[in-house]
Design a protein around this ligand. Structure first.
Ligand SMILES: O=C(O)CCC(=O)C(=O)O
Ligand SMILES: [Fe+2]
Length: 338
C-alpha cells in the first residue's frame, strides 16, 4: 500500500488514501499510522485516491490559467489589500514575500527588494466570512464562472481536509474527531499560484526566487502542482539541505503546518519548503517554463486554543509550547508577508 518516491525509508510516503476512505477499521488504522509516520519523518505525505475528483483539479488549473492570463489592470481590480492580514484577492509578482520568522519592517523591506518572489497569486476563502471577506473581480462578466469554480473547489478541498484530519487523529491514537472539531469554521484559504517564465540564470543564481524557504502557518496544507516541478523540502536528516518533492501523477501533497507541529508537541514536523528552478528544466531562449500550483491552507477556527494534544507529552517530555489561539498565531505570521 505504501511506497516511497525516494525508494528508501526516509522519503515522503506515497499512500493510497482510498483505503482509508473505504476500508475496514483495521485498514483505516494502517493508513492513519503510515500517514503519521511520514509526517513525523518528513512533515509531508503524498496521497493518491484522495477524494478530490481529477476533473475538478484539471478544471481549477484551467480557471487559474484564465485568471492569470487577464491583463494586469484587470487582475488589479481584485487587489489584495496592502496589509498581509487581510489575505484575499490578487497579488502581482514581487508583492508578497514569504519569509521565515522575520518581523522587523526594515529587514522585511530589504529581503523583499533584494530577492523578490516572482510569483502572482489569487487568494479566496468561504464566501460568507465576515472577518476575512473575499475580494473578487468587480464584474462577473470579466471571467464568468470563475468565482463559482473557486468556491466549489474550496468546499471539495474542505471535505478532503476533514478526512485527512480524521486519519491524523486516529494515527495519534485519539478520537477521530478531535482535530476535525476545531476545523468546522472552515477558515481556510484557497490559493491560486502562478510562477511566470523567468530568466533561468537569474533563478538558478538566486537573484530572484519563486518562493523562498518557509513553513506553512496553519494545521495542514493540501497542495496540487502541475508537472513542471521545483518544489523542495528541507532534508529532515540534513538541516539546510533540500530534497525534491516532485510532482506525482494523480497525487495530492499534504504537509503539516506550524500549528500541527505545536499541537503534536513537535512529534509532527512543520517542514521548511521552497520552490526553486525545476530540475532538468527545458528552457526556451534562456527562460524557465512557467509553473502553476494550488495550495489549500487549512486552519482551525480563530478561537481554537492550540495546545499539546494528550499523548504527545509526558513528565520526561513536557509541552514545548505555551497554548496560543490559532487566530493570534496566523495573524502574526501573515502580517510579515506584505
Ligand atoms: O507552489 C508550490 O508548490 C508551493 C507553494 C507554497 O509552499 C505556499 O504557497 O506556501
Ligand atoms: Fe508553503
Amino acid at each position: 500500500m505504501a511506497s516511497n518516491h525516494l525508494g528508501n525509508g526516509d522519503g515522503i510516503a506515497v499512500l493510497d488514501f482510498g483505503v482509508f476512505l473505504d476500508g475496514s477499521e483495521a485498514k483505516k488504522q494502517a493508513v492513519a499510522a503510515a500517514m503519521l509516520d511520514s509526517f513525523k519523518k518528513t512533515g509531508f505525505v503524498y496521497l493518491v485516491n484522495h477524494g478530490i475528483p481529477s476533473e475538478k483539479i484539471s478544471s481549477m488549473f484551467q480557471w487559474s490559467k484564465c485568471f492569470f492570463a487577464l491583463p494586469m489592470e484587470t487582475k488589479q481590480l481584485a487587489p489584495h489589500p496592502p496589509s498581509g492580514t487581510h489575505h484575499r484577492g490578487y497579488s502581482a509578482p514581487g508583492v508578497e514575500k514569504v519569509s521565515q520568522h522575520v518581523y522587523d519592517e526594515e529587514d522585511l523591506k530589504n529581503i523583499r527588494t533584494n530577492v523578490p518572489d516572482v510569483k502572482e497569486s489569487f487568494e479566496c476563502g468561504w464566501e460568507e466570512s465576515v472577518s476575512m471577506p473575499n475580494i473578487w473581480l468587480p464584474d462577473d462578466n470579466i471571467l464568468p464562472g470563475f468565482k463559482e469554480a473557486c468556491l466549489d473547489f474550496f468546499w471539495t478541498c474542505h471535505e478532503t481536509e476533514l478526512n485527512i484530519l480524521r486519519a491524523l487523529s486516529m494515527g495519534l491514537g485519539l478520537s477521530p474527531d478531535i482535530l476535525e472539531k476545531t476545523h468546522t469554521a472552515h477558515d481556510n484559504q484557497l490559493r491560486l499560484l502562478h510562477y511566470p517564465s523567468v530568466p533561468a540564470k537569474e533563478l538558478a543564481e538566486n537573484k530572484i526566487s519563486r518562493i523562498d524557504a518557509h513553513s506553512d502557518f496553519g494545521s495542514i496544507t493540501l497542495l496540487l502542482q502541475d508537472d513542471v516541478g521545483g518544489l523542495e523540502i528541507e532534508d529532515p536528516t540534513h538541516p539546510g539541505r533540500f530534497i525534491s518533492a516532485p510532482p506525482i501523477e494523480g497525487a495530492l501533497i499534504v504537509n503539516a503546518g506550524d500549528l500541527m507541529m505545536r499541537w503534536s508537541n513537535d512529534t509532527i514536523r512543520s517542514t521548511i519548503h521552497r520552490v526553486r528552478a525545476p530540475p532538468n528544466m527545458k528552457t526556451i531562449d534562456g527562460m524557465t517554463p512557467e509553473r502553476y500550483s494550488i495550495p489549500y491552507f487549512c486552519s482551525p477556527e480563530d478561537r481554537a486554543v492550540v495546545q499539546c494534544l494528550p499523548g504527545t507529552y509526558s513528565e520526561e517530555n513536557p509541552p514545548k509550547y505555551e497554548p496560543i489561539t490559532a487566530g493570534e498565531y496566523v495573524l502574526q505570521r501573515l502580517a510579515a508577508t506584505y
